[in-house]
Write a protein that binds this ligand. Structure first.
Ligand code: CA
Length: 250
């Protein structure tokens, strides 16, 4: 049974969420503020599988909560609840380390689908990282589903969500890793923002695609020697992005 922590100060909404999550077979727990959320997630080393995190909370807000989690190397998948019509919240949420977002008011079935998406990905990744899993390790430039991918002196380990470069190791969030995996799979090809939203986030509706750009800025900081002058993760003006494992010289 998957464990969900709901961080929401509107008691009515929080209880409704818990009721519906439990009806769907989740074990759900509710806390009403950011302080309680970080206590619950960091203090006692509780193992939640996914967090539904409201942004507007009394005291510590949702952005601070997710930043604190990531700073403490807690990479539990986080779905943020943002106020509709505030794209800056979405960008800030992703910058803080959230994995996905949903604008309030939302449809319960969409929330459940998003949670399932996050859980499926994290279970898949965890399964791939376990020693008994039948791993396809593809090193040296190939594209492995579960294994590692090396390019430009860096190695992405999708199994443990890590990017290694020389002595340094960067931990990727679930969605950073998923976006990177999608780009690597399409090595050399142009991928549109809409395609990314659809195939990485499973979002069909018209979502603000600037959220993708924000992820790309972060990925460039990880994978490019000079993030301001990218060689691997290129912008294709008006279309989307193109990943090149082996950039052409010149
Ligand atoms: Ca709130």
């Amino acid at each position: 049974m998957s464990r969900v922590l709901v961080v929401e100060d509107e008691a009515h909404l929080a209880q409704g969420l818990r009721f519906n999550l439990e009806a769907e077979g989740y074990a759900a727990e509710v806390v009403g503020d950011g302080e309680a959320a970080t206590d619950r997630l960091l203090g006692k080393k509780e193992n939640f599988d996914v967090v539904v995190l409201d942004i507007m909370l009394p005291g510590k807000d949702g952005f601070s909560v997710v930043s604190e989690l990531r700073a403490a190397r807690n990479y539990v998948p986080v779905l943020m609840l943002t106020a509709r019509g505030r794209p800056e919240d979405v960008l800030k949420g992703f910058a803080s380390g959230a994995d996905d977002y949903l604008a309030k008011p939302f449809d319960l079935s969409i929330l459940l689908a998003r949670l399932q998406g996050l859980l499926r990905r994290s279970q898949w990744i965890r399964g791939a990282a376990s020693p008994e899993a039948n791993e396809t390790r593809v090193d040296g430039g190939g594209v492995g589903d579960f294994g590692t991918f090396s390019f430009g002196g860096k190695t992405i380990d999708f199994g443990v969500l890590e990017l290694r470069s020389g002595e340094s190791t960067i931990h990727l969030t679930l969605m950073e890793s998923e976006l990177l995996r999608h780009l690597v799979r399409n090595d050399g090809k142009i991928v549109s923002r809409k395609q990314i939203l659809d195939e990485v986030w499973g979002l069909k509706e018209d979502t603000d695609t600037r959220a993708i750009d924000n992820f790309v800025v972060r990925l460039r900081r990880y994978i490019e020697d000079d993030p301001g002058n990218p060689r691997h993760l290129l912008t294709v003006r008006g279309v989307g992005y193109r990943f090149l494992a082996k950039p052409e010289r010149g």
